[in-house]
Design a protein around this ligand. Structure first.
Ligand code: PLP
Length: 296
């Protein structure tokens, strides 16, 4: 059963440091596709949702932290499609705005502790959950894997369908935040080398993003840039001030874990001269705004 994805609006992105380097930029607003299922997670979940519907699975089960954009999107998508959802959470019970939403959307929560969560990639991890939720569709952390990457390939189609609205006949490169690298891999697959894809790493190098992308999409057609600022989920006042400036100048909201860091890394590269004057860039707003309640 096909799951339809709403079209993400394409807008011009105007910021003084882009103008100064004569770099033209557009922003593909995945954050605006749906009030609840925000950003790239809808694209990553699409094929998983189709598989679950085709298999007539009674529900969906996946894992994440207590601010997880992925679990948030899964709970909303499940509710929308009439599928039950269960979330396996890292750590101990804690009431965050995200957790409150998960409960309100009817997701069944199981807190695994930190030790229990660390076992998520071990053989046999899913066995008790298959018993607990017979026939449910299990989705890997973050909605990754081939199914996730393939769902993200349609981000490229969505851009192409709207390029003319900017008066652009073509573009030079993509810029987006990478966590697992699944979304980036989807773009690389869809582009097959036609346009460069730049990933700003929201996680430290040792998280193995390069290996994930290589396994999903090969080693060509993209470049990864460090952008984690000391670790996943870490941010400081300087980043928050930068985000506030960009929001005011561009009229677009960003958060501090992914999109804000990606934008800051872009500024550094633009100022270092990575892009020649006249370059046309497409920044993907991967969403995640639900997670910023509590700090912005
Ligand atoms: C999950 C997420 C990402 C990372 O996506 P990957 O496919 O794991 O690289 C980027 N931005 C936001 C806002 C996210 O929620």
């Amino acid at each position: 059963m096909p799951v339809e994805l709403p079209l993400a609006p394409l807008q011009r992105l105007t910021l003084p440091w882009l103008a100064k380097a004569q770099v033209e930029a557009a922003i593909l607003r995945l954050d605006l596709i749906d009030p609840l299922v925000s950003g790239n997670k809808w694209f990553k979940l699409r094929h998983h949702l189709e598989q679950a519907l085709d298999a007539k699975a009674p529900g969906l089960v996946s894992l994440g932290g207590n601010h997880s954009n992925h679990l948030h999107a899964l709970a909303a998508a499940g509710k929308r499609l009439g599928l039950a959802t269960a979330g396996l959470l890292r750590g101990h019970p804690r009431q965050t705005p995200t957790v409150q939403d998960l409960q309100a959307m009817g997701m069944q929560l199981h807190w695994l502790g930190y030790e229990g969560y660390r076992g998520r990639n071990e053989a046999g991890f899913w066995t008790p959950w298959h018993t607990h939720y017979p026939g449910w569709h299990c989705i890997p952390e973050g909605g990754g894997g081939q199914a996730g990457a393939q769902g993200c390939a349609s981000i490229v189609t969505q851009l192409h369908a709207q390029l003319a609205t900017l008066g652009w006949s073509d573009y030079d490169a993509w810029w987006l935040a990478a966590g697992t690298g699944t979304t980036l891999a989807g773009l690389v697959l869809a582009e097959s080398g036609a346009h460069a894809v730049h990933g700003a790493l929201a996680v430290p190098e040792h998280y193995g993003v390069a290996e994930t992308v290589a396994a999903l999409a090969g080693t060509q057609g993209y470049r990864l840039h460090s952008a984690s600022l000391g670790g996943f989920g870490k941010f400081d006042d300087q980043l928050l001030a930068f985000i506030a400036d960009c929001e005011q100048q561009a009229g677009v909201p960003f958060e501090a874990l992914y999109t804000g860091k990606a934008l800051l890394a872009l500024k550094a590269q633009v100022e270092a001269g990575l892009f020649a004057p006249g370059t046309r860039l497409v920044f993907v707003h991967t969403g995640g705004l639900q997670g910023r309640r509590g700090y912005l």
